[in-house]
Design a protein around this ligand. Structure first.
Ligand code: BDR
Ligand code: CA
Length: 309
């Protein structure tokens, strides 16, 4: 049983990551869900996380709102992908469960300090909350069992030619996290662009026939439409659930331990994850960068787990 905190900005694919975790209580203990500004503003990510908890019948899960903007740069949200609500494509009722009063950063700190065996952090949005927690209370660092994050790319970006959305949104936070000396696993665009929501895979999810499955199929059809067209792929990349799937079934993935630096100076390359794939420098590895996925295995796992909710 792995205790995890999911730090997210739902976002349709963040929502599916949450559902995959909730569907896997034998492997994962979701200690809390923290939200950050990213795909949409903080008020919406905090509301959307609670909508998804309730959809999964998990109103017992504690949801905390964190930072309303990146540490240095202004927030640039992505309604053009995720819609006005961030969860367009599913018609979910307003949540009745309440948002926790405690700030997400304080919850992350208190949870890590209070946990004997460490907690794994699962960021699927900009790294603002995680970085601020590290700066506010460095004693958390040895308590972090690992950080498994969606973000970055070895190759092309999706927000600028150089950068992926989560890292581009708060590159300074990403730099703090990537230089913190904690065990990092990076699932970037190289791997998520192999995990495509093809019509057949979406149909298999829809065929489960539950309200959860209908919501997932609706959301992914919405957010996927623009991405599939834009990238000319057979389906849209399904980013954030890869983080949870990696914890559940690491054998579905493969990668390499390498050094990753974050660009925070050049506007042209802002937020680029500079991955030393070929060991061109003598900088020691600070991350496991995943570049391969068994996509059929991943969707089989996702579909089987969603059917449990
Ligand atoms: C990442 O950005 C967001 O749009 C998604 O939720 C995902 O976390 C992909 O670049
Ligand atoms: Ca996200």
């Amino acid at each position: 049983m792995i205790p995890i905190i999911i730090d997210c900005d739902p976002g349709q694919d963040d929502a599916v990551a949450l559902l995959l975790a909730f569907a896997s209580p034998q492997e994962l203990e979701v200690v809390g869900v923290t939200t950050v500004a990213g795909n949409v503003a903080l008020e919406l990510t905090a509301e959307n996380a609670r909508k998804i908890c309730e959809l999964a019948g998990r109103s017992d899960v504690k949801v905390f709102a964190g930072c309303p903007r990146p540490t240095v740069r202004p927030l640039r949200t992505a309604e053009h992908v995720h819609g006005k609500t961030g969860l367009d494509g599913a018609d979910l009722p307003a949540p009745t469960m309440k948002l926790q009063d405690e700030h997400a950063v304080d919850f992350i700190i208190a949870t890590l300090l209070g946990h004997e065996d460490g907690v794994t952090l699962c960021p699927t949005g900009p790294l603002t909350n995680i970085a601020v927690a590290m700066v506010k209370e460095p004693r958390i660092l040895p308590k972090i069992s690992g950080i498994v994050l969606m973000g970055g790319a070895i190759g092309a970006g999706n927000t600028t030619p150089a950068a992926e959305f989560n890292i581009h949104t708060d590159p300074h936070a990403a730099e703090t996290v990537f230089t913190a000396g904690v065990k990092l696993t990076m699932l970037g665009l190289d791997v998520t662009h192999q995990a495509l929501t093809t019509p057949e895979r979406l149909a298999a999810i829809r065929a489960i026939g539950t309200p959860v499955a209908a919501a997932v199929a609706g959301m992914l059809a919405f957010s996927g439409k623009r991405n599939a067209e834009r990238f000319g792929l057979a389906g849209a990349p399904l980013h954030d659930p890869c983080v949870i799937a990696y914890l559940l079934a690491p054998d579905l993935f493969a990668g390499r331990e390498v050094h990753v630096a974050i660009e925070t100076a050049s506007e042209l390359n802002m937020g680029r994850t500079v991955v030393d794939w070929w060991g061109s420098t003598d900088r020691p590895a600070n991350a496991t960068v995943i570049d391969r996925i068994d996509a059929d295995g991943f969707f089989a796992l996702l579909t089987e787990r969603l059917a449990r909710l």
